[in-house]
Design a protein around this ligand. Structure first.
Ligand SMILES: [Fe+2]
Ligand SMILES: [Fe+2]
Length: 443
């Protein structure tokens, strides 16, 4: 392991440590994770199926003509599936976070034993993530199975030709591993000790998740993942840089969860029924506020008390932020308010959804609707663009305070250039054409 301790006395005090310690103490005093665990244990889809879990605009396909003509039960299903899709990406991101919390904590501890509190803080956050992921998987599994049926668990033959091109939103893959994952998590919970961060530390990264760190676009290769794993785990400056990427993911999550948190407040104020997933989002929002604070202090302040980074370290740190923009935030979507990638990767999922018992369409009808929703302007794109612009300005506010960033990162130029409805529709037309051709070729 390469450390900067050669140039840094181990007794060097990092000024941000007391702030992180305070944040850790506040987190320890809270019981939001326990509340999430309880809701997870008792979740039953049918007891929550007649209520919206978030505002209407947080529904899959919101703003399209298909949404406008959907029945009440279809609208409920689209709202629940939006929750499911969002938390599928959150769970994937948190699996990655667990991994990188561990290696960066080890790296910092090796550089300076004064960082023991930090290791404990990250171990605590890691253990909270395990419970969050468990809850998301459990609810997603039960909800998807109820709404889309067992058919969604199997890949129809016609999907095979295009699966290699469209990696995201593969519900069949996702669901078939969800049950295994839950079992594994339960075992891990039992085995859990206080030494969270000492385990798995030197294993190579080999899990093919598509969360924020590896990239929602699913384009990240094993080689690239290994590259960032090695770097974030080897240099204290780069360990701190990982929290820059983590903070970007935190903001994306916070932006959306804050809306559900407000929805939860509104329902409570009106004495209306609150569905369990809404309450889980509310408690997750509160739990994650501690994690967001950790990320911000680590990414914005902590590194300033470390020895000056080499040109190599600055290069890698910039590549990491650039990759985070490119793989997660380079486009806008017409089918979800908080998706900032091209909709091309969602076509297979939409085919399954429209042919499921929720819509019961033929494949030809499904194709026609998908073309209408993805390739023509509608309100959904405009709602997404608004959310995109809000997130962009928050990310820029953060990046401005990180002095080692290149202008392309400081101004979040990749994300900014993706904020165009015209461009998004153009990309969707291209992806839809490619999909149609692969279907024709496979028949
Ligand atoms: Fe979480
Ligand atoms: Fe978190």
């Amino acid at each position: 392991m390469i450390t900067s301790s050669q140039t840094s006395p181990t007794s060097q005090v990092n000024k941000v440590i007391p702030l992180l310690e305070k944040n850790y103490g506040n987190n320890l005093d809270s019981d939001y994770t326990e509340k999430i665990q309880e809701l997870d244990r008792n979740f039953n889809y049918s007891a929550n199926s007649n209520a919206y879990w978030s505002e209407l605009e947080h529904s899959t396909l919101y703003g399209t003509s298909l949404y406008e003509q959907a029945s009440q039960s279809q609208k409920l299903a689209l709202n629940h599936l939006h929750w499911v899709l969002f938390y599928k990406s959150v769970a994937d991101s948190e699996i990655e976070t667990i991994h990188y919390n561990t290696i960066t904590a080890d790296c910092l501890m090796a550089a300076n034993s004064d960082y023991k509190m930090l290791v404990e803080l990250l171990a605590h956050e890691t253990s909270q993530e395990r419970h969050h992921i468990h809850a998301f998987y459990q609810i997603n599994y039960k909800t998807t199975k109820s709404l889309l049926g067992k058919k969604a668990l199997i890949n129809p033959v016609s999907d095979q030709a295009s699966l290699h091109k469209h990696k995201s939103f593969q519900f069949s893959n996702y669901l078939s591993c969800a049950a295994n994952f839950i079992a594994t998590m339960m075992l891990k919970d039992k085995e859990q000790s206080n030494s969270e961060n000492s385990k798995d530390a030197n294993k190579p990264v080999s899990f093919p998740t598509s969360g924020f760190v590896h990239g929602f676009s699913g384009q990240s290769t094993q080689l690239r993942r290994q590259f960032f794993y090695d770097n974030w785990g080897s240099y204290p400056f780069l360990a701190a840089n990982f929290y820059g990427v983590r903070y970007m993911a935190n903001l994306l999550l916070k932006n959306h969860e804050f809306c559900i948190h407000n929805y939860h407040k509104k329902l409570q104020k009106n004495n209306d029924f609150v569905a369990s997933p809404t309450t889980i989002s509310h408690y997750h929002f509160l739990d994650e506020s501690f994690h967001t604070t950790t990320s911000l202090f680590m990414a914005r302040d902590f590194y300033k008390n470390l020895p000056k980074p080499s040109n190599y370290e600055k290069l890698i740190a910039n590549l990491a932020i650039l990759q985070a923009q490119q793989e997660n935030l380079n486009d806008i979507s017409g089918i979800s308010t908080n998706r900032f990638l091209s909709d091309g990767d969602t076509i297979i999922f939409l085919m399954k959804l429209l042919q499921s018992p929720v819509f019961d369409m033929s494949s030809q009808e499904a194709m026609q609707w998908i073309e209408k929703c993805l390739c023509h302007e509608h309100e959904g794109f405009h709602v997404n663009l608004k959310v995109h612009n809000k997130l962009l300005s928050e990310l820029r506010k953060f990046a401005e305070q990180v002095d080692y960033l290149w202008p392309v990162n400081r101004e979040m130029r990749v994300m900014a250039s993706g904020g165009s409805i015209k461009k998004a529709i153009k990309n969707n037309i291209k992806a839809f054409k490619q999909f149609s051709e692969s279907i024709i070729a496979s028949n």
